[in-house]
Write a protein that binds this ligand. Structure first.
Ligand SMILES: Nc1ncnc2c1ncn2[C@@H]1O[C@H](COP(=O)(O)OP(=O)(O)O)[C@@H](O)[C@H]1O
Ligand SMILES: [Mg+2]
Ligand SMILES: [Zn+2]
Length: 418
């Protein structure tokens, strides 16, 4: 991609309502733009980050045996009445009516819709288990939307729903999803903890939240210094001691990026999602549900990866892995030629590269590249070219190396593999 062709508008100042660094940097780096409270545009750079997080999720869902589908955002009240959540859900549920005065809501979650799909299509134990997910826009009329994508009203969620023959099988699926979530957040380059959590109004009895550790996190979590026990503030024992080791738990701030629930038969019973078992007896399916906030994951990554100059994206979810900066190429035919040639070669190699081909000063290009946080920068300038060299900078370490122009491709590919 040529920088000049993309819509990238960086800015010096963060908006007044941006309280946390990820919100400030996402706006300043031109990743998102507010439309209304808690509702954002994903601009081209931000959208690439979203797509990369989604791609990691899709790969790990495939590996865990989950299948993608897409449900509507607009849901009829009749389905929500079956589980009595039409009354119970409260003001977060944005309700609307069509021209015939039928009641609908904007989906904040999809247990009812997915259970309706499954009850209509699955009749026998032979068709189970199934594990279905979507990546889709949710709407929750949050009382206090804030922190940008972290707590929006409209936001992208991966939500997954499993249906098994019995509790044992369902718990196996639960732990498989738990492991898939570990892999996803690891691959996103995040430092996180799975914590035992309360189940809230979703129902069910077993639940874990995945928290990215960050000082600005909205939640307090408690973690054992000796073992892997960790719990949310609602689940922690009054003694604030580890139930296994009986030592004092340590308190951390966390951002909840993912949440897995064992649901049991709460929805399947209410909605009669039943199947015939081996003996021809009718049984309620046993369910689990599993969510990841896609935008919140991107925001949490920034909370953990930034410095005073801007974002330091983990490689796997950077908008582009490499930025090629050509300095004053408009005044220097040799720089222009070397940059264009290198850009072509990197593209041929499949490198995820953006070429800052703008007519801007070197200072502006350096500042923007640091702010946006591309993991690698290659600088092509007249001074270096005189001795046949370009500069390769690692955004995270700040380390700069002069590399002979003819070796830059190989050197970069080596570092991208490493
Ligand atoms: N308002 C929001 N803005 C952005 N992401 C959200 C929001 N609410 C939930 N999420 C994401 O969706 C995931 C699943 O949500 P869920 O656990 O059902 O909601 P909650 O924890 O708010 O009750 C959360 O772990 C979080 O990553
Ligand atoms: Mg949750
Ligand atoms: Zn312990």
């Amino acid at each position: 991609m040529r920088y000049s062709q993309s819509l990238i508008a960086t800015r010096r100042d963060a908006p007044a309502d941006a309280e946390v660094i990820s919100h400030q940097l996402m706006v300043r780096a031109g990743m998102v733009q507010k439309v209304a409270s808690g509702i954002y545009n994903y601009l081209p750079l931000g959208f690439r980050v979203i797509r990369k997080v989604e791609q990691i999720i899709r790969e790990e869902m495939l590996a865990a045996g989950a299948v993608e589908l897409l449900m509507p955002m607009v849901q009829p009240a009749s389905l929500w009445e079956e589980t009595e959540r039409w009354q119970a859900y409260g003001k977060e549920l944005l309700r609307l009516q069509d021209r015939k005065d039928n009641d609908f809501c904007l989906g904040p979650t999809h247990e009812e819709v997915i259970t309706d799909i499954v009850r209509q299509n699955i009749k026998s134990y032979r068709q189970l288990p199934v594990n279905l997910y979507q990546i889709q826009t949710k709407f929750r009329d949050e009382i206090r939307p804030r922190f940008g994508l972290m707590r929006g009203r409209e936001f992208i969620m991966k939500d997954c729903y499993s249906f098994d023959r019995n509790q044992d099988e369902s718990l196996k699926t639960y732990w498989k999803m738990y492991e898939a979530y570990r892999k996803i957040f690891e691959r996103c380059g995040l430092e996180f903890r799975p914590v035992e959590a309360a189940t809230g109004n979703i129902g069910g009895t077993l639940s874990h939240e995945f928290h990215v550790l960050a000082e600005t996190g909205e939640d307090e979590i408690f973690s054992c210094p000796n073992c892997d026990y960790a719990a949310s503030s609602e689940k922690v024992p009054d003694s604030k001691q580890c139930p296994k080791c009986e030592v004092d738990l340590q308190s951390f701030r966390g951002i909840e990026v993912g949440h897995v629930f064992y649901l049991g038969d709460k929805y399947s019973k209410a909605m009669k999602a039943v199947f015939l078992d081996e003996k021809g007896k009718e049984q309620a399916m046993v369910m689990g549900c599993y969510g990841i906030g896609v935008g919140r994951t991107a925001a949490a990554a920034i909370e953990q990866n930034h410095d005073e100059h801007g974002i330091q994206w983990p490689r796997a979810i950077a908008p582009y892995e490499v930025a090629l900066l050509s300095l004053k190429q408009q005044d220097d035919a040799e720089v222009a030629r070397a940059a264009e040639d290198l850009y072509g070669r990197l593209q041929e190699q499949g490198v995820d590269v953006i070429w800052d081909d703008r007519v801007e000063s070197p200072g502006v290009k350096f500042k923007d590249a640091d702010l946006i946080g591309f993991p690698f920068q290659i600088v092509v300038g007249a001074r270096g070219l005189k001795s046949g060299q370009v500069e390769l900078k690692n955004r995270r370490t700040g380390k700069k190396d002069d590399i002979p122009l003819e070796q830059i491709e190989a050197e970069l590919l080596k570092r991208l593999k490493g």
